[in-house]
Design a binder for this molecule. Sequence first.
Ligand code: MG
Length: 397
Amino acid sequence: MMNYISPLPTHSPSPKPLVLLGSTGSIGISALKVVAQHPGRFQVLALAGARNAVRLAEQAAALRPPLLAVLNQETAAQLKSLLPAGYAPEILIGPEGYVQLATLPEAHTVLAAQVGAAGLVPALAAARAGKTIALANKEALVLAGHLFREACHRTGAAILPVDSEHNALFQGLAGQHPSRVRRLLLTASGGPFRGKSAEELKAVTREQALAHPNWSMGAKISIDSATLMNKGLEVIEAFHLFGLPAERIEVVVHPQSIVHSLVEFEDRSMLAQLGPPDMQIAIAYALGWPERLPLSLEPLDLVRAGHLTFEAPALDIFPCLGFAFQALQAGPSYPVVLNAANEVAVELFLKGTLGFSDIPALVARALDGHAGTDAESLEAILTVDSETRDQVRRWAS
Ligand code: MG
């Protein structure tokens, strides 16, 4: 079976040489737990963590990869001072360092787990170098899905989704013919503010927004889950990964986060993937692919879970989800604007300079003010991205 964006290769070396971009974040930490449960199956060639020198040093000391990367000189110096005696890996610095790791000739699989649009350039470089990409960075596809498709077809690179919903769809599609797929249903927990009114949302705090009911995640994605922008970005991600038009991708709120997504077929059968809300499952499926790796997680107890409920998303209260559908329909530069405006707004909300309801307001303003432009090349995409960021910062200041 294949996903739409890329033909899936069958060659899977053992041990599998891995590069982990974003190893110090939530996904990176879970990925290293998967690796640790399978000694001999993976060979970690390189770890990259933007600014967390302490955690990166701990990870590197345990695995001793020959290559590390960080975002700046300062972090590199700190990292160096924390490494154990007798271990002197090469430390690469800045975005170029990430690209170098993403395209290492000896790498087979690259875990792309950076946060936000910063993950685009290295992930695309990996695709252009023909790597298998375990993709946790949904923004890369949101911004440049067509460039990934082109690169995958040209180089034989494969994209295996790590985002739990898309991983669930990928599992549901295994062995199925794409022409028999009727709809993709992405589940959403609804986030910490499900059921609140628009008025109540105006007063919510950063801490309340960060407290996701089911998943433990990084700050950016936690806020995106609270606004439902995360689900909006995931709709665009699914569009690029699986090649179904927006009107055949639906979102259903499922507060228990047990059904991770569903594929509906032309015979009205639905295949769902269920499991405990632990990212190790999706990560292991992508890193181990085409094999399913065992994991020592607490199994899901359906009797204890009791009820699985489903409801429609409240688009009037959480407009970001609707914005994402509109951006997808409006043309390729609109998702870039949507994402850039959201990243800046979330950053300012986390700093305490914006209210929660200002996030959708700024995204709406950016989309309304955008006239649609060329977003064909990587350069054009990055220009729209940075122009939108500057604009939104000016509005917010
Ligand atoms: Mg997700």
